[in-house]
Design a protein around this ligand. Structure first.
Ligand code: PGA
Length: 263
């Protein structure tokens, strides 16, 4: 059974003190998690040490929203993987559409970041992909995400020992922050396209093992429908991960669903 990820992407939100009160509240709401669910939050760089302090000895993990592919040097404003590791992160999101569109990150940049993350055996990379509304309207969604996956994983060695340290998130751009969730059957279909592409690059065995998440206007009212599909292994959540009630509700529903399917 593939691991289910419920991952919050906080984007440019929450100071250290806001992080502290949010996580204290969340911690008190999240109890008895199924061992097959991994709950993650991704605060800003400046709040990572706060997350480390609040989340120690808890079943909620945390990660970073971005990283540099460089180890050190003259790269003003960048944060290296070694720096992140010392804050206790367990995951790093790369290739988010906002980084691609607003900060002009290319497929090559994302591939370099994935290579750098893979040098650290303990870190999980969450690799995002997804099409724009225009690409979808042109009927080019499948080819687009296949191309993104091929580029992100170029020359990345994966096998049974490290497959669990890579997660893919399919996030159609038109569904992000818009309230327009992709229909669960359609999200599942595209995720199968991604899984098949992954099988072609690596093997069916690794493709069957990698967790592929859906992201784009996920809330407590639609998480169950998404998770009931054959290939959606969790969610990357923006807006709804900033409200404790809502995020805890998503976690709770995922947990209950898993308990009912594994019972
Ligand atoms: P959203 O964002 O849940 O607010 O649509 C998702 C994301 O950008 O990861």
């Amino acid at each position: 059974m593939r691991k289910i990820y419920i991952a919050g992407n906080w984007k440019l939100n929450f100071t250290q003190s806001e992080t502290k009160s949010f996580l204290e509240d969340l911690k008190s709401k999240v109890k008895n998690l199924n061992s097959n669910i991994c709950v993650l939050v991704h605060p800003s760089f400046t709040s990572l040490s706060t997350a480390q302090e609040i989340l120690k000895n808890s079943n909620i993990h945390f990660g970073a929203q971005n990283c540099s592919c460089q180890d050190n040097g003259a790269f003003t404003g960048e944060v290296s993987i070694a720096m992140l590791k010392e804050t206790g992160v367990s995951s790093i999101i790369i290739g988010h559409s906002e980084r691609r569109e607003i900060f002009k990150e290319t497929d090559e940049n994302i591939n370099s970041k994935l290579k750098a993350i893979r040098k650290e055996a303990t870190l999980t990379a969450i690799v995002c992909c997804g099409e724009s509304e225009e690409t979808r309207e042109q009927g080019k969604t499948d080819g687009w995400v296949e191309k993104q996956i091929e580029a992100a994983f170029k020359d990345i060695q994966l096998d049974i020992s490290n497959i669990y340290k890579v997660v893919i998130a399919y996030e159609p751009i038109w569904a992000i922050g818009t309230g327009k969730t992709c229909d669960s059957n359609e999200a599942n279909r595209v995720i199968k396209v991604i899984r098949n592409k992954f099988a072609k690059i690596y093997s069916q065995d690794l493709a069957d093992k990698i967790s592929i998440l859906y992201g784009g206007s996920v809330k407590s009212s639609n998480i169950e429908e998404l998770l009931k599909t054959s290939d959606i292994d969790g969610a990357l959540i923006g807006g709804a991960s900033l409200k404790t009630e809502e995020f805890a509700g998503i976690i709770d529903k995922s947990n209950n669903l898993l308990a009912s399917t594994t019972a």
